[in-house]
Design a protein around this ligand. Structure first.
Ligand code: URA
Length: 255
C-alpha cells in the first residue's frame, strides 16, 4: 500500500502505537467506523432472562483456587496459571512472566507486575529496576543465577498491565491463589515484598514508607516489606533505608 509517510515517520508512529498499548495490526485497509450503514441494522430480539448462575458468570477466584490447588510442582503451577483465562491482562501481554532464579532459594522476592522489558523477555525484573534488584541482592551476597546463595523472583501479576498502570483489585484477587501456591511450592525461608502492590496483595495494607523495615508474617513466613527498586531509581536517597532492610534480611538468614 502506498503511503505519504517516509520510513522514519512511519517507524516512529508504529513505535508510538506500541507504547500506547496496541498489540496487533488487525487488517491492511482502514475501516471507517463512522460510516453510516446503507441498511439500518434490524433490532435484535430481546434475550430471555438468563438463569441466575449465567448472569453471575463463572467465579474467577474459585477457578484460580481450583487450578492452583491442583498443581503439585512449580512447572504445573506455571502451566495452570498460563492457561487461566479470566484475567484480561493476558490479552494485552506479549509474554507470561512466571519467575526467575532458583526455586528452593532461601529468599523469595515478590514484585508487582512485569514492565515493558519483562513482558518482552518473559522474565521478571530484567529492566533497570531488575538490574538494581540484582545489585541489592549482590550486596548481601545473593544472586539469582548463583548456585550457592540463590534468590527466587516472581511478581503478583504474571502479565503486564497496559502502560504499567496499577493492577485492579479484581486482578490481584484472581492471581492470589496462584501466588499463595507459588510460595508453598518454592519453599523459601523468607519473603521480600517489593513495594506497595506486593504489600497490598499479601498484607492487605499499603504505605510502604511506614511498613518497610519491619518483619511481618505472610503465608506463614517472615516477610520484609521494602522500597521497590523502581522507587529507589527515582529516589536514590531512599537507598539508605533499603540498605538497612537488606541487612535485616541478612541477619535473619544468619540467625
Ligand atoms: N517491577 C516489578 O515489580 N516486577 C518486575 O518484574 C519488573 C518491574
Amino acid at each position: 500500500m502506498e503511503s505519504d509517510l517516509d520510513f522514519h515517520s512511519a517507524k516512529a508512529l508504529l513505535e508510538w502505537q506500541i507504547e500506547m498499548g496496541a498489540t496487533e495490526a488487525i487488517c491492511e485497509t482502514p475501516i471507517n467506523r463512522y460510516e453510516v450503514p446503507k441498511t439500518a441494522p434490524k433490532p435484535k430480539p430481546k434475550a430471555e432472562a438468563a438463569p441466575l448462575e449465567k448472569v453471575a458468570g463463572p467465579d474467577p477466584v474459585a477457578d484460580a483456587q481450583a487450578l492452583a490447588a491442583g498443581a503439585d510442582t512449580l512447572e504445573a503451577l506455571a502451566e495452570a496459571q498460563a492457561a487461566y483465562s479470566h484475567c484480561d491482562l493476558k490479552q494485552g501481554a506479549r509474554n507470561f512472566v512466571f519467575s526467575d532464579g532458583q526455586p528452593g532459594a532461601r529468599i523469595m522476592v515478590i514484585g508487582e507486575a512485569p514492565g515493558r522489558d519483562e513482558d518482552l523477555q518473559g522474565k521478571p525484573f530484567v529492566g533497570r529496576a531488575g538490574q538494581l534488584l540484582d545489585q541489592m541482592m549482590a550486596a548481601i551476597d545473593h544472586d539469582r543465577a548463583g548456585a550457592e546463595r540463590p534468590v527466587y523472583i516472581t511478581n503478583i501479576l504474571p502479565w503486564r498491565p497496559p502502560q504499567n498502570r496499577d493492577p485492579k483489585p479484581e486482578e490481584i484477587a484472581m492471581m492470589m491463589p496462584f501466588v499463595e501456591r507459588h510460595v508453598e511450592l518454592a519453599k523459601p525461608d523468607l519473603l521480600i515484598l517489593m513495594g506497595n502492590i506486593s504489600c497490598l496483595a499479601l498484607m492487605g495494607r499499603k504505605g510502604i514508607t511506614r511498613l518497610r523495615g519491619k518483619w511481618v508474617e505472610v503465608l506463614g513466613k517472615p516477610a520484609m516489606p521494602m522500597f521497590h527498586p523502581a522507587y529507589l531509581l527515582r529516589n536514590p536517597a531512599a537507598k539508605r533505608e533499603a540498605w538497612h532492610d537488606l541487612l535485616m534480611v541478612q541477619e535473619k538468614l544468619r540467625a
